[in-house]
Design a protein around this ligand. Sequence first.
Ligand code: NAG
Ligand code: NAG
Ligand code: NAG
Ligand code: NAG
Ligand code: NAG
Ligand code: NAG
Length: 283
Amino acid sequence: MDSGLTMVMCAVLLTKMVTIAEFNETDYEEGMDNVEPVFLSSVDNITVREGGLAILPCSVQNLGTRQVAWRRLDNDHFLTIGTLTWVKDLNIQVEHRILGEISIWDLLIKHVRTEHEGLYECQVTSVNRYVRHIALHVQAIVVKGRQLVAQGDELKLVCNTTGKLRMPDDVNWYKDGQPINSSRFSHVVVTNYRSLGSRTLVSVLSVNRSRTSDSGEYICRSSLAEIDSINVTVQTADMPNVKRGIQGVQGVFRPISKLSNSVPTSYSLHYNICFVIISFVVT
Ligand SMILES: *[C@@H]1O[C@H](CO)[C@@H](O)[C@H](O)[C@H]1NC(C)=O
Ligand SMILES: *[C@@H]1O[C@H](CO)[C@@H](O)[C@H](O)[C@H]1NC(C)=O
Ligand SMILES: *[C@@H]1O[C@H](CO)[C@@H](O)[C@H](O)[C@H]1NC(C)=O
Ligand SMILES: *[C@@H]1O[C@H](CO)[C@@H](O)[C@H](O)[C@H]1NC(C)=O
Ligand SMILES: *[C@@H]1O[C@H](CO)[C@@H](O)[C@H](O)[C@H]1NC(C)=O
Ligand SMILES: *[C@@H]1O[C@H](CO)[C@@H](O)[C@H](O)[C@H]1NC(C)=O
């Protein structure tokens, strides 16, 4: 067969198959539009440490051809509509997946900053209003440091706290519930650094030559009542080297929902059939 003719036949076949596929898909989805969309229940209050990844869940059943959009409750502008982001914030995007009859439209905010804190609304665009609200709280204090220190080595913890409107005046450190002050912890040195521009206060706690008695839970508490803590173990040479690599676990929340197995849509079915026919014609 002449290749030009094959091309034409392919095109005709493709058009036919795609038309059928589209007809079938709209038929199915228009059927769904008569059914009320339902939000799947999930967490509605999320706390994420500053700099972490926030996942605001939104799963809808019976979505049909309707769109899902996200906005902040204190702002009329949409953040996202469908899978498109409508704000100039590269850290904001929608993660869309389909699991059987459930359409998932989670809002992802990477490198969360205190400005991201607030109430968010996931809405299904339709004549009737279908909305779901989720509160995002940004924990604006983070303590970092090595959780496992060899006896005699330096123990160093860094507490970074950013004020939402103004810089915190101060931070206080506690070890196992006891305030760290000069009389009880004379070997502990605390140094604070302030960055006015970014409303950030960084407090560095250090012990030059650590002892096993320095093991314990260290809490950093800002004057704005934000709290973070870290557990430190000072180990002697004969202690087993366990628990390594458990530091810095970021708060990530995922929706918990029971989902049925994914079924192929009529579109992908037709696409496959079309592919088989095209291959057949070409050979
Ligand atoms: C729609 O899809 C079904 C299979 O899901 C198929 O049997 C039927 O023929 C299709 N309808 C049309 C009009 O192509
Ligand atoms: C969400 O959680 C924060 C802290 O975990 C709490 O202060 C706040 O009251 C909660 N808000 C709602 C609406 O439950
Ligand atoms: C403290 O946190 C701010 C905001 O996340 C960040 O810009 C800054 O680099 C951090 N500073 C340190 C010393 O970790
Ligand atoms: C240090 O803290 C202890 C309680 O842990 C308290 O009894 C003591 O008065 C404090 N000392 C100073 C100088 O603040
Ligand atoms: C800790 O060591 C540094 C030098 O490594 C020194 O400058 C500092 O004074 C020491 N601090 C204490 C509390 O011993
Ligand atoms: C530290 O250890 C205590 C007791 O073992 C535990 O209750 C606490 O949650 C731990 N804190 C962190 C930040 O892992």
